[in-house]
Design a protein around this ligand. Sequence first.
Ligand SMILES: C[S@@+](CC[C@H](N)C(=O)[O-])C[C@H]1O[C@@H](n2cnc3c(N)ncnc32)[C@H](O)[C@@H]1O
Length: 199
Amino acid sequence: MGFHTFDAEQAARLEDAAERYRYCSREELLGMLAPDPAAVVADLGSGTGFYADDVAPHVGTLHAVDVQPAMHDYYRQKSARDERAERGATEPGLPANVDLVAADVGDLPFADDALDGAYGTMTFHEFADDASVAELARVCRPGARLALVDWSAAGAGETGPPLSERYEADDAAAMLAGAGFDVDRADERVETLAVTATR
Ligand SMILES: C[S@@+](CC[C@H](N)C(=O)[O-])C[C@H]1O[C@@H](n2cnc3c(N)ncnc32)[C@H](O)[C@@H]1O
């Protein structure tokens, strides 16, 4: 695991759409991931499901992975209040193709090559070390696409976790390359990094 884990007591902050889309929009994330409509994809550290709700309509199956069951509880309760409850979801209110997975990214309950893609938003700094990135490589099939957006150590520190807890885009790229990913893009922006890679 990387640095500290997000405080589940602060979950509501992850639902502030104006603030979230300032740093990563739905359009950017889906453009980076470029999923096939039938793809099996994992959201790495899905939190309240803020981005899972954006990605789910564009993939076949979305495994929403989070190490904190309290975050899944928040996602369930949020969704139960939502009109999506009428759409035949497997759990009340969740999109029908979202599967909540309580697991550490470093120890994923998926078979080798199970995933067509994976993404993580503002979470890489929390889960990433060489072992967890190797685990990610194990479950991604050859050709699977990975998209990461996270707070960057090269940012200004205007918001998000302390700079000392973050990686730079080049750090993330080197870790992914070391695990067998081909890195397509590793960009620094104002406050965040954006990295895409292919297994
Ligand atoms: C800052 S929140 C971001 C949540 C979500 N990705 C978003 O952008 O709204 C980080 C999330 O990653 C989860 N997390 C941290 N370390 C993890 C790990 N090793 N495996 C799985 N989830 C992890 C935390 O529980 C938390 O829900």
